[in-house]
Design a protein around this ligand. Structure first.
Ligand code: SAH
Ligand code: SF4
Ligand code: F3S
Length: 482
């Protein structure tokens, strides 16, 4: 669709009407700059947004100062995440002073959490769209084109964007994310996600397989299946009224996550399959057996524990206790052996957590010996169960000290795991040039460990066997042996 006309200094808005532009800023086409924050799902959503905007004739730029439209896909998980966005808006406000017809839109979880409040608090913002409102972006933008502010934070029970082919942003052409579900039905008491992403819904498995197949045909070698709780993935063809054209018919059997994993793994042995996130209460042995059955399903499970103490886990409403979690770790070790990497998320200083309960988190870490972890201190989120029911009573200095103890322990475990890899040979998928030198490549092992090695005559996207020679806590180093 043509959206601009240089001579007449007008452009056609998304709804077909003609809009005048400022005479000193007459672009031939409109340029879009997208910035993404938060989890992989948000980055994946930005690729859906990119696809919707490309349909409208927008082209992409990596430089916000040359954009006509800036979209910020935001995260609300911790207060700090929101402060980052507010600071970014100060920068974009400066740009808007230079370029008054610049449109600034807030997408994602912070948009959903704050809704119209964002327009009141941040004058630079023209548009607010929640995670289920991206199909409406063309209409919202045309509303802004006409001089109004625009908001859509409606949460859907069905939207999965299954039919939208994402445009891969900042991709090396080797690895890609595929969202297999949206929303979350768990009510972890600390967590804002159920409020910002709505009810859980699974995406048509055939559309997932088709997307992965197309990526493989385009040269991609790894897909990561994304969901807040992939183990509760479930597709019931018979119960789903809004079947897509890919849907095989109402007699199809129910498809659970283990089956979906196998369907994607079957595409080709050279296509690696990863997934995230697994919830300890839902992770089944069936998934572990499926991982074992396919070499190309990567041997890494992200199984966030949050706390090692059962009382705190209960307050967190995680619906498992320490013993249950340890049993799940045993299941992984029994079925997949010691070579399956396990990672976690941890929250330090949740409401009423005592020193002894914090020590339980440290002792659980010693027991499991995670390969890596994402570690945070508790940040109260307005409207969550914890904010309503419990006092955020652990002083910030204590939270930070507990977090630093968790981080120090994790660093020790990561280094220990990496040192064990020395003198081993690992299959590595080459993803990109190493950050430090173009003479080196960087890739990952099946266990999700980053490996850096001299590039030799190989190319990005190749699988190579790398002999590990040395390491630090974050990276393995080695040389290609085949
Ligand atoms: N669905 C995933 C988690 C998504 S949020 C799961 O259930 O594991 C990613 C991580 O952010 C969480 O695992 C948790 O460790 C952290 N997190 C969520 N809310 C938080 C809060 N209010 N304060 C601090 N960390 C939080
Ligand atoms: Fe949040 Fe819990 Fe859902 Fe994860 S499972 S997104 S922590 S509510
Ligand atoms: Fe953040 Fe929303 Fe993801 S709150 S972590 S971007 S689901």
């Amino acid at each position: 669709m043509i959206i601009s006309n240089m001579e007449q200094n007008t452009f056609i808005a998304a709804d077909g009407t003609t809009v005048n532009r400022s005479p000193n800023h007459p672009p031939l086409y409109r340029k879009l700059y997208i910035e993404s924050y938060g989890c992989q799902m948000n980055f994946s959503d930005s690729e859906i947004v990119a696809s919707i905007m490309a349909e409208q004739g927008f082209v992409f730029t990596d430089h916000y100062h040359e954009a006509d439209l800036i979209l910020i896909n935001t995260c609300a998980i911790r207060d700090k995440a929101e402060q980052t966005i507010r600071n970014r808006l100060l920068v974009f406000n400066q740009q808007k002073i230079l370029q008054p017809d610049l449109i600034v839109g807030i997408l994602g979880c912070m948009a959903e959490r704050l809704k119209t409040q964002l327009l009141e608090e941040e004058k630079v913002v023209d548009l607010v769209a929640g995670p289920d409102a991206y199909r409406d972006l063309p209409r919202l933008i045309s509303q802004v084109d006409k001089g109004y502010k625009a908001v859509n934070t409606f949460l859907s029970k069905e939207e999965t964007y299954a039919d939208i082919a994402p445009i891969r942003l900042h991709s090396s052409g080797v690895t890609a994310f595929i969202s297999i579900m949206r929303g979350c039905n768990n009510m972890c008491s600390f967590c804002i996600v159920p409020f910002t992403r709505g009810r859980e819904r699974s995406r048509d498995p055939y559309s997932i397989v088709q997307e992965a197949q197309k990526l493989f045909e385009a040269g991609y070698k790894e897909v990561t299946l994304l969901g807040q709780n992939v183990d509760s993935y479930s597709w019931h063809p018979a119960k789903t009224a809004a079947a897509t054209p890919l849907h095989h018919g109402s007699n199809d059997p129910d498809i659970r996550f283990a089956e979906l994993l196998a369907m994607v793994a079957e595409i080709d042995p050279k296509l690696r399959v990863r997934f995230s996130t697994s919830h300890p209460k839902d992770m089944t042995d069936e998934v572990l057996h499926t991982m074992k059955a396919y070499h190309n399903i990567c041997k890494h499970i992200h199984l966030p524990v949050q706390s090692g103490n059962s009382r705190v886990l209960k307050l967190m409403n995680r619906t498992y206790d320490r013993a249950w979690y340890i049993e799940r770790i045993h299941a992984i070790r029994n079925i997949l052996g010691p070579s399956c990497a396990i990672s976690s998320d941890m929250i330090a200083g949740f409401c009423s957590e005592t020193e002894a309960e914090h020590a339980d988190t440290l002792s659980l870490m010693d027991y499991v010996q995670y390969d890596f972890s994402f570690m945070f201190y508790y940040s109260e989120r307005p409207g969550t169960l914890a904010a309503r029911k419990y006092r955020d009573d652990v002083p910030e200095t204590v939270k930070k000290r507990r977090l630093s103890e968790i981080i120090a322990k994790q660093r020790g475990h990561a280094l220990m795991h990496n040192q064990k890899s020395i003198d081993q040979v690992h299959e590595v998928l080459i993803e990109k040039y190493s950050k430090k030198s173009d003479a080196f490549f960087q890739g990952r092992t099946s266990q999700n460990k980053i490996v850096v090695f001299p590039k030799g005559s190989y190319t990005i996207g190749d699988y190579v066997a790398v002999h590990i020679t040395h390491c630090n806590a974050a990276t393995l180093f080695g040389t290609v042996v085949s």
